[in-house]
Design a protein around this ligand. Structure first.
Ligand SMILES: [Zn+2]
Length: 403
């Protein structure tokens, strides 16, 4: 085994490897998409039947206006659903309007790594003049399905599912929550992802979902909203059969958040329904296939934005079959093939035989091909470790300069 006897010289060589590799990688990473096989596997569990059943039950719950038993029963129905999925952290954020007590339901899934950082996934459950299967039974069914599939996963960020009340009477619930909970506590919110009216219109071409970004004042949070909304559009393409169209956010529960400089995005149907706020906002008038596809995209986005993964598929050392390093032994350069993509938050480390780190790189997502350059590295054994949120891979590399 070779031994290194000149640390400074090695460090210079290491620096050269780092720079050449990072430079090449960045060219690739611009083109890289965010596709994640593990997210796709969970999106595949999205259940059309569960969504349909929840829409049907939402319709049966009737017209959910302030002060009605229908609205109160819908709250109980939501609590039962979340409880049946395994949730236990419930908070009723209560306020009064026109003499009625209204309730925002906040269901929290604690983050494993960054519990103080919150992804809020929200939509209102009150309706106006009708059972509101589109506005907003559709968003409610999507949020429930996200919650159902997220529950057994590990989420690095805390996820709050919030079913707002009083939306139809002027964004009352979300305004109350922002003023009385978010602002006083200085809540750290990564993103507010609002889902309102994703039902489309039965019989029409519902193939586009609108991804909503913040274009209103204050403008301090608009760039971040645009970046998240661009990601959301990409995630639509990756995890559903829909097309994404980016438009501006208005008139729903993200507004009080964006007015307080929080970063928002949202889903809204492309085909405007003629049934909003009428007795005909019923199951027969929405497109359940469209709600299903939008929900799949919403699940992919929720997993991606909350950094969630399935702990049961954690792969132990050297169990990843899809990583190749070639050639190995290496004379100057090699290619790391990590196709299919193995997770988010990738860290690559290379250590020499003495255990000294000679290379490290970290990035959010990786492209399938990662070039390694050993031009200035000495002959010998190295250990490469590639770690993501749900995978660990180690492999011995042999660098051989022998002629
Ligand atoms: Zn609505």
């Amino acid at each position: 085994m070779p031994s290194f006897n000149n640390a400074n010289k090695i460090m210079k060589k290491i620096t050269s490897i780092i720079f050449s590799t990072i430079l090449i990688f960045h060219i690739y990473s611009v083109k890289a998409q965010n596709y994640n096989q593990n997210i796709d596997n969970i999106v595949a569990e999205c259940s059309y039947d569960t969504i349909l059943q929840n829409l049907d039950e939402f319709e049966d719950l009737g017209i959910k206006e302030p002060g009605t038993t229908e609205l109160e029963n819908t709250l109980f129905w939501l609590e039962d659903k979340y409880a049946s999925y395994g949730y236990s952290d419930f908070y009723r954020d209560t306020f009064t309007y026109a003499g009625h007590t209204l309730v925002n339901l906040v269901v929290t899934k604690q983050g494993s790594q960054f519990p103080d950082k919150n992804l809020i996934i929200c939509g209102h459950y009150d309706t106006k003049n009708g059972p509101g299967v589109n506005d907003n039974g559709s968003g409610t069914a999507a949020i429930l399905e996200i919650a159902r599939l997220l529950e057994p996963l590990t989420s690095k960020y805390t996820v709050k599912f919030i079913n707002f009340s009083g939306e139809e009477d002027g964004l009352l619930g979300s305004s109350h929550y922002v003023e009385n909970v978010v602002n006083p506590s200085g809540m750290d919110i990564v993103l507010v992802f609002n889902i309102d009216a994703i039902g489309g219109v039965n019989g029409e071409d519902n193939s586009i979902i609108v991804c909503e970004r913040d274009e209103s004042s204050p403008s301090s949070n608009n760039d971040n909203s645009a970046a998240f909304t661009d990601s959301l559009a990409t995630l639509v393409n990756l995890y559903s059969n829909l097309e994404a169209e980016i438009s501006y956010a208005y008139g729903s529960d993200y507004v009080p958040f964006q007015e307080n400089e929080y970063v928002i995005t949202g889903f809204y149907n492309y085909v405007e329904s003629p049934y909003y706020h009428t007795e005909n906002d019923i199951l027969a008038n929405v497109d359940v296939d469209y709600i299903y596809e939008t929900t799949k995209a919403a699940i992919g986005a929720s997993l991606f934005f909350s950094k969630s993964f399935d702990p049961s598929v954690l792969v132990s050392e050297n169990k990843v079959q899809n990583i190749e390093i070639y050639p190995n032994p290496i004379s100057s350069s090699a290619t790391l093939n990590v196709s299919p993509f193995m997770g988010n938050d990738i860290t690559i480390n290379i250590h020499d035989i003495a255990g000294k780190e000679v290379f490290t790189d970290h990035f959010r997502v990786i492209s399938s091909i990662y070039p390694l350059n050993f031009d200035n590295q000495k002959s010998g054994f190295y250990l490469i470790t590639i770690e993501s949120d749900n995978n660990l891979f180690t492999e011995k590399i042999i660098v051989s300069k022998n002629k």
